[in-house]
Structure formats: structure tokens, C-alpha cells
Design a protein around this ligand. Structure first.
Ligand code: MOS
Length: 724
């Protein structure tokens, strides 16, 4: 049976708090942790497949133009080479992430340096790689390929534009105003597991093991790309070594592996090299953001302006939504918001962890620090004074809102010294020491989700969905939700994910995973409880289950009498989405030291306080926050994609040259989970957490640099050359 539930109203009758098992919200270690650390959890490229050939992608060495010809004979006689696949379907970028569905302008059209154009297949990886290097490709090059977002006339994203009141007038009249321009560089997802796929055909049936965030959606993309029925495709993605947006959409290795396997009638594996992942999959757009504030004598905003320039390839629909939280986080009746996209020929810009707020919030929160200084008040106090009662643009209530609590509790836990701040107050030897803070905000998303839950006659349970666990803890939280509802220990609940044979989940993206799929599991479990209650001769609301028994002592096995109960939960967000503005909120506090001679910044300690609805597992939630704060450190200090201005090729395309923070860069981080219930956000009263932890954190570091040494910087990352 399928139980369908569309959420049109806030959830107020939630069962989860009344359950007796007591496992939900607890710090449960990951159920798949042992398999991962012992190397027995297979990732996409690791499935044993007999007679598998190896494919290596060939990528474009021009920026813009056309592939005139590919000379297969240049490599077909090389050792081990089986085939060169240059099917037109491969050079069609069918989709790059949910928001990037624009196809290339035509077959063989090259739009950026590094674009995949062919696949060479050989008996071994080394043979394929060697042949890929020798493949002769003839191009016709287009002379005009703009690469600088400031050198072209950008397009306005009209649905992001807000003109409310008169900002210029408000600024002219205001006792305090700020007008600053802040830049951020491009970023890479830099997931640990490279993109990989193994494709195998059985007649007209295709099975692909791949590293994907959203098999539920990727199956549609693949069916479109190959012009076949979804029913004939099975995608498997049981373990994913990080995605951070780069695996939301299918990339070329999946389509190429499928095409090649068909052509040579053998399974084919394609693993992108680290450099290819960097150069071909996805970048976060660089941004140039202008922030304008008008404030009264007490620092209350009367005007708020945020304009951002981002970039993408011509025809792509995705535009880094840098203003997302700016629409509602602070008040101010005179408002100007505008997002513009420059069309340039760098690799596709798409979703990288926390698209939008990841770069919008640091810019906004850097500017807020300038305002606090101008008004002469404590920066925490400035934020508190500007939290609006309702969404200032849509005039909607917030579904839940813990920004003030996060600011206050975070300040207390960090030991924030209140008051007006002055830079260059503390020095220890060569080091200037300072503190800074910033608000966090990330708009909440939720998605349709299906999951099947089976309570087995032996008193264990099975959860099945094609939802993924990209390292976030999905396996564990679903075992906790089902365990809580059915009175089982989490280890009595087997969770099977990442297989499109199972009911369609929401995929992992936009931080909607846990709340969406958790709601589907919850709905299925509720239906199972109804059936159990009937068997136990009571009503569902009176059915108490714990440790496999009812309160009256009946065991689940007694109630089930040898028969499984299976229910499919189908959750869909409904009208509720239009009634509230929903977001996760938080606050970051940082202490840094800046070297007087080298300009090097070290983060001494950092604390993040976050409110994101129900906590499903305290330790996986905390880990998400720690990961987010770690990304903030990279964004603030080291991470930047560098493109060659001549041809737009990405220069720093590996982890030696693109600097993500390593252990030495990351001190012990403190996380404060400010628990709340948000019945409008999802059926299990949870919001997203995965991305919130990085939305604004870089500004806490930037503001601390200013407080430490007096260097007021508006360009991220704040590398030593900028600090000095
Ligand atoms: Mo996220 S960048 O939506 O995977």
C-alpha cells in the first residue's frame, strides 16, 4: 500500500516526540561507518565486473568552436585500444545539475576549455589514458570567447530583482550608511571520490554503478540522453564519497560509459582523473557583490541593498543565487536587490555546497561589520536590532526563527566580549589576535520523497528508497526514525539506499535530504503502526512500542503472526510552501591570529550555533556543521579557482594547488545545536543542516582579521598578500 501525504498545513500532531524507544536525536555512530573505514563499502568504480574495459575521456583544448574531425585511426592501432566513442550524445551536456538543463548549441560545439568530446576505450586504464593523449582532433576555433565577467554586458535575473521604496534617498538621509563592494572567487566541490561509472548492458537493459547525489533524477537525465525508457535503466549509488553539488546532475562519464558499453558489447568503466573532475564538472561562480545599507542612529536598517554579478556559460539556466537569504534576513523598508549573470566561456557554473548563501552571506556579513563600526555598537547587537518580525519583502511569517537565540547563546558559549570594538588591541609576539562574528542563514528546501518500510515477521525492519547517503548520515537517521516509530533498536532496521529499483527518494541536495526522506519514512511507519494497533486491539495513538514489545508485553512477532507488513510512504510538500518563509539560522564566532610579518592568518577557535528544526542525530548533525565551518575556513583563507586569462583553462586543478583546509588549518570547532521544532518545514519538523554550517562563517574570520590587525579586506580569500 502507498500512503500519500501532501503537506498543506503545519504539522502539529507529530508522533515522534511521544515515542518510547528513545533513539531519535541521539548521537548514534554511522551504521555504515565500519564498512567505510575498513574499505569494504564499495564506491562506484569498485564494483567487481567481469570483462570490464576501461574508458578515458578526451577533453577539448580550445575554448570555443567546433570539433571538425576526430581521427580514430590515430589511436586504434595502439596497444589494447578497443574503440573511440564520439557519439553526438556525449557532447550534449544533457544536464549538469538540477538547475542546469540547457543543452549545448549543437553537436560537437565546444563551449569551454576542458569540455569532454570523446572517450577512448582500452583493455587497461593506462592504455586508454595513453591513447586519449594521442587522439588527433581537428578544431575550428571561434575567435570571440569572452572570459572576463566584467568585460561583457550581463543579463539581469528578473525574478531576483526587488525595488522597494527608495534606497538612494534613504542612504542620503541616514545618519549612517555603508556602500562596499566585495568579491569572492570561484570554488570547486572537491569531493574526495572522483566521478566514476561502470555501465553494463543485458540486451536493452542498462545497469550503471555511478557516484550520484540524485539517482531519482539522474535516471531521467540518462534516459533522455540515451533516448530510452527509464524502466530499462537501473542506477546504483550505494556509497558516495562526497558530492557537494558536483554529483547533483549526470556528468559525461556516465553517458560515455553507457554509450561505449553498448558499442563494444562489454561492460565499460570510466573514472575521471582528479584534474578532469576539477576542469570539466562544475565550478562555483566567482561573485562581485555591492552591499548598501542605510541605518538610523541606533543601527536599525532603513535601507538594504544587495547586487551581485555572477557568471555562467551562454544558455545555462543556473545563476549562483547569492541574494537568497538577503531577501529576508534583515529588515529595512527601502530595498534594492539585483542578480546579474555574465555570459562567459569558463566551464559550467553550478551548485557547489550551499549555492547562494555560501558566498552571499559572507559578503553581507562583512558589510554588516562595517556598519557596526560606523554606528559604534557591538556587532552582535547590530544583528539583534535588525531581525525582522516577518519576511520584509513577502510579508509572510517565518516558519521558525532562532537567529536571536543563536546569536545570544553563541556569544555566551564563545565568551564574546560585548561592546564597541577597536582593531589592533591584542598582540602576542609576532601575532595580532582578534575576534569576529557573523550571522548564518540558509533558505529551507524540501522535496517529494518515497520510501518503503517493511516490518518483518521476525521483528526487524527494512527501509528501501533510492535516496543516497553522500556522507551525511542518511543510513543512520532513517534507521533511527524507523526504530523510534516501530520500537526497534536502530541495528534492527536495515536501510537500503541508492538503487533506482527502490521507491524514488528526494536525492541529496540543497539540504533537503533528511527532512524530505525522513518524512516519507515517518509516513510509512505511521501506516504500519495503524495496522499493528489493530492487531493489538488498540488505537494507533495508544500503541506504545519499545524494544520490540507493546506496553502490554506482546512482542512484534506475536502481533505479526508470521506475516510482514509493508507500507510505502509518499511525501509531497504542498501549499505550506507559500504560507511561510522557511530558513535555518545561526551565528558564527571566530578568533584568529594574524602574523605581523607574513600576513598569514591562523584560526585559533571557532564556534557555530545553529537552529534547524528537529535534530535527528546529534552527532551526524554536528559533523555537518563542522564540515560547513571547515568550508568557511577554506572560503575565507585559501580556496580560489584560478583560470588562465588567455584560454580559460583551470590552472589549479588538483588538491595540491586548490587549497582546501587540512587538519593543521582547522582547530577544535565548537558546535551548539539550538533545538527547535518546525512543523511547517517538513512532516518530521526538521529543516536542512548540511549547508547552513558554511553560510556566513567566512565573514566571522574576515571580521576577526580586521579586529586583529586592522586590515579591512573585501576580497575573499584573504591570503597573506592581501592582509599585508
Ligand atoms: Mo548541494 S550544492 O545542493 O549538493
Amino acid at each position: 500500500m502507498t500512503v500519500y501525504f501532501k503537506q498543506d498545513e503545519p504539522d502539529t500532531s507529530n508522533r515522534l516526540d511521544g515515542m518510547k524507544q528513545g533513539v531519535l536525536g541521539k548521537s548514534l555512530p554511522r551504521v555504515e561507518g565500519l564498512a567505510k573505514v575498513t574499505g569494504t563499502a564499495p564506491y562506484a568504480a569498485e564494483y567487481p565486473v567481469d570483462n570490464c574495459a576501461e574508458g578515458v575521456l578526451v577533453t577539448s583544448t580550445i575554448t570555443r568552436g567546433e570539433v571538425v574531425s576526430i581521427d580514430r585511426t590515430s589511436v586504434l592501432s595502439m596497444p589494447g585500444v578497443i574503440a573511440v566513442v564520439d557519439d553526438e550524445k556525449m557532447s550534449t551536456r544533457a544536464a549538469q545539475g538540477t538547475a542546469n538543463e540547457a543543452p549545448m548549441q549543437g553537436p560537437r560545439q565546444v563551449c569551454y576549455w576542458g569540455q569532454p568530446i570523446a572517450l577512448v576505450v582500452a583493455e587497461t586504464f593506462e592504455q586508454a589514458r595513453d591513447a586519449a593523449k594521442h587522439l588527433k582532433v581537428e578544431y575550428r576555433e571561434d575567435a570571440a570567447a569572452p572570459l572576463d565577467p566584467h568585460a561583457v554586458e550581463p543579463e539581469e535575473q528578473e525574478d531576483e530583482t526587488v525595488h522597494q521604496g527608495d534606497l538612494a534617498h534613504a542612504m542620503a538621509e541616514a545618519p549612517h550608511s555603508v556602500d562596499v563592494t566585495i568579491t569572492t572567487k570561484g570554488h570547486a566541490s572537491a569531493a574526495m571520490e572522483p566521478h566514476a561509472a561502470i555501465a553494463e548492458w543485458d540486451g536493452d537493459k542498462l545497469t550503471v554503478h555511478a557516484s550520484l547525489q540524485m539517482p531519482n533524477y539522474n535516471i531521467t537525465e540518462l534516459a533522455d540522453a540515451l533516448d530510452m525508457e527509464e524502466d530499462n535503466i537501473r542506477l546504483i549509488s550505494r556509497f558516495v564519497g562526497g558530492g557537494f553539488g558536483s554529483k547533483l546532475g549526470l556528468s559525461e562519464e556516465v553517458v560515455a560509459a553507457a554509450l561505449a558499453a553498448k558499442q563494444i558489447e562489454r561492460p565499460v568503466r570510466v573514472v575521471q582523473s582528479r584534474q578532469q573532475v576539477f576542469q570539466t564538472v562544475m565550478r562555483r561562480s566567482e561573485t562581485t557583490q555591492r552591499l548598501r545599507f542605510a541605518a538610523d542612529g541606533e543601527g536599525r536598517l532603513t535601507g538594504f541593498g544587495h547586487e551581485a554579478l555572477v557568471s555562467n556559460l551562454p544558455g545555462e539556466t543556473f545563476a549562483e543565487p547569492a541574494l537568497q537569504s538577503s531577501h529576508f534576513i534583515y529588515g529595512g523598508e527601502n530595498r534594492e536587490l539585483m542578480l546579474k549573470v555574465a555570459r562567459i566561456h569558463l566551464m559550467t557554473a553550478g551548485s557547489v555546497r550551499a549555492p547562494g548563501e555560501a558566498v552571499g552571506m559572507p559578503a553581507l556579513e562583512s558589510a554588516m561589520d562595517v556598519l557596526a563600526e560606523k554606528v559604534g555598537i557591538d556587532p552582535v547587537e547590530l544583528r539583534l536590532r535588525n531581525i525582522p518580525e516577518r519576511d520584509p519583502e513577502k510579508d509572510l511569517p517565518f516558519s521558525s526563527h532562532k537567529l536571536a537565540e543563536c546569536l545570544k547563546q553563541g556569544a555566551e558559549a564563545f565568551g564574546w566580549q560585548k561592546g564597541v570594538r577597536k582593531p589592533r588591541q591584542r598582540r602576542e609576539g609576532e601575532w595580532w589576535i582578534g575576534t569576529g562574528m557573523a550571522s548564518a542563514s540558509r533558505s529551507h528546501s524540501i522535496a517529494e520523497a518515497k520510501a518503503r518500510v517493511t516490518l518483518k515477521a521476525d521483528g526487524t525492519a527494512l527501509v528501501e528508497t533510492d535516496m543516497t547517503d553522500i556522507g551525511t548520515g542518511t543510513y543512520t537517521i532513517l534507521a533511527q526514525i524507523a526504530g523510534e516509530m516501530l520500537g526497534l533498536q536502530p541495528d534492527q532496521v536495515l536501510v537500503e539506499l541508492g538503487d533506482t529499483r527502490h521507491p524514488r527518494g528526494p536525492g541529496s541536495g540543497g539540504s533537503w535530504g533528511a527532512s524530505s526522506i525522513g518524512s516519507a519514512v515517518y509516513i510509512a511507519c505511521n501506516a504500519i503502526r495503524e495496522e499493528l494497533a489493530e492487531k493489538a486491539g488498540t488505537s494507533e495513538d495508544r500503541l506504545e512500542l519499545a524494544d520490540g514489545r507493546t506496553a502490554a508485553g506482546q512482542t512484534l512477532a506475536d502481533l505479526l503472526q508470521g506475516k510482514d507488513i509493508s507500507q510505502e510512504g509518499h511525501y509531497e510538500p504542498g501549499a505550506i510552501e507559500d504560507d511561510f518563509t522557511a530558513a535555518g539560522f545561526g551565528a558564527f564566532f571566530a578568533q584568529v591570529r594574524v602574523n605581523h610579518y607574513t600576513g598569514e592568518t591562523r584560526v585559533d577557535r571557532m564556534l557555530g550555533a545553529f537552529g534547524f528544526g528537529r535534530v535527528l542525530n546529534a552527532s551526524t548533525a554536528r559533523s555537518q556543521c563542522i564540515g560547513g565551518i571547515t568550508w568557511s575556513i577554506g572560503l575565507a583563507l585559501t580556496e580560489a579557482l584560478e583560470f588562465d586569462p588567455r584560454d580559460g583553462h583551470l590552472v589549479n586543478c588538483d588538491l595540491a594547488e586548490y587549497h582546501v583546509p587540512v587538519h593543521r588549518d582547522v582547530p577544535d570547532l565548537d558546535v551548539l545545536l539550538v533545538e527547535e521544532r518546525d512543523g511547517a518545514a517538513s512532516q518530521i519538523q526538521a529543516k536542512g543542516i548540511g549547508e547552513l554550517g558554511m553560510c556566513g562563517g567566512a565573514a566571522a574570520i574576515g571580521n576577526a582579521i580586521y579586529n586583529a590587525c586592522g586590515a579591512r579586506l573585501f576580497d575573499y580569500p584573504m591570503t597573506p598578500d592581501r592582509v599585508l
